[in-house]
Design a protein around this ligand. Structure first.
Ligand SMILES: *Cc1c(COP(=O)(O)O)cnc(C)c1O
Length: 337
């Protein structure tokens, strides 16, 4: 099944609990009246409360090691799950970690700025620097790298969300893992649905499934960018990833599907649909989603079900990309305090 994709030649560091479980959500399926809803538990990857960045970091940290880095630099929004997981990976590897946090979300509360992922970042001893919304984060990472080099360090820059072709290999690997799980269980999956942001998750899945010749569709629920912008970034990265793994079958345009109708007022601002989706899944399944990504992804999925997009007997896999630590930065916004 997986012949043709050789990920073994890329350096990796073991950071992730794999395979993550694939579970059937019976209560949610019954409540919504179908389709059959499965969940791929990438919230259980195990890296300091888990999430999708762990898979990418196995490859990125492998590359950092191969380049003899002494520290890593990355960036994200203040409540970045990616920064938290990078901090954990760096801690485990004994590397320094510097993270630039963009104040991307307007009118942030004290809990947003200090609790949730930020508190965990501090616990893991990351050097944090806050920057204003709209800062050129890539240029800021280069500036930070220069300073560290002058101090004799060998910094390795990890892009926001870990989303370059090397990071996306983590989701090529996930596509292989999921395909073998569904084949073993005898399930014919129609779609994988998940929240898409910096694009590496969707790009890796699309590249992997395309390389495997799979018919499973991938639909990204955008958390920030318009459909056109998000489709273009996923497609570009999926093609770069395909060439990195040495596969000649080009990713067709139609393989990248994005729905940007559930963004609401903007990145990191929970809508009532998101709050409802988070509480529905918590109450029916005891599973924790988050207000920025997986809750928005689920709100989009439920929205599509209500529009009649799927038939009752379709098998849909919701990829739970993690993020529950972020709940603590949003206790007030979720009406939980
Ligand atoms: C980063 C993140 C995403 C989005 O994944 P990308 O690869 O950046 O598109 C989704 N969910 C959670 C919880 C995340 O932290």
């Amino acid at each position: 099944m997986t012949k043709g994709i050789d990920l073994g030649r890329f350096p990796t560091v073991p950071l992730c609990h794999r395979p993550t479980p694939l579970e059937f959500l019976g209560n949610l399926t019954e409540y919504l009246g179908g389709p059959k809803i499965w969940i791929k538990r990438d919230d259980c990857t195990g890296l300091a409360t888990g999430g999708n960045k762990a898979r990418k970091l196995e490859f990125l940290m492998g590359d950092a090691n191969a380049q003899s880095a002494t520290c890593v630099i990355t960036q994200g929004a203040v409540q970045s799950n990616h920064v938290r997981q990078t901090a954990a990976a760096a801690a485990r590897m004994g590397l320094g970690c510097k993270a630039l946090l963009e104040r991307r979300v307007p009118q942030a509360t004290h809990e947003y700025e200090t609790s949730g992922n930020v508190a965990l970042d501090r616990l893991m001893n990351v050097a944090l620097e806050y920057l204003p919304s709209g800062a050129d984060m890539n240029a800021e990472m280069e500036r930070t790298a220069d300073v560290l080099r002058q101090n004799g360090e060998k910094p390795y820059i990890i892009p926001g969300g870990g989303s370059n072709a090397i990071g996306a290999l983590g989701y090529v690997s996930c596509a292989m893992e999921l395909t073998s799980q569904v084949n073993n269980a005898g399930i014919v999956v129609d779609y994988i649905i998940h929240a898409t942001g910096s694009a590496g998750t969707q790009a890796g899945l699309v590249a992997g499934l395309n390389a495997l010749g799979s018919n499973i569709g991938v639909l990204g629920i955008s958390v920030r960018a318009t459909e056109e912008v998000q489709r273009a970034s996923v497609l570009k990265l999926a093609r770069q990833t395909t060439s990195l793994i040495g596969i000649s079958t080009e990713v067709p345009d139609a393989a990248v599907q994005v729905d940007a109708r559930f963004i609401g007022p903007g990145y990191g601002i929970p809508t009532s649909e998101i709050v409802d989706a988070i509480s529905l899944v918590a109450r029916l399944e005891g599973i924790l989603l988050d207000p920025v990504y997986s809750g928005k992804g689920m709100a989009g999925f439920i929205g599509l079900i209500k529009e009649g997009r799927f038939s009752k007997d379709d098998n849909i896999v919701f990829l739970h990309t993690g993020g529950s630590s972020g709940l603590f930065g949003y206790v007030g916004a979720l009406n939980l305090s």
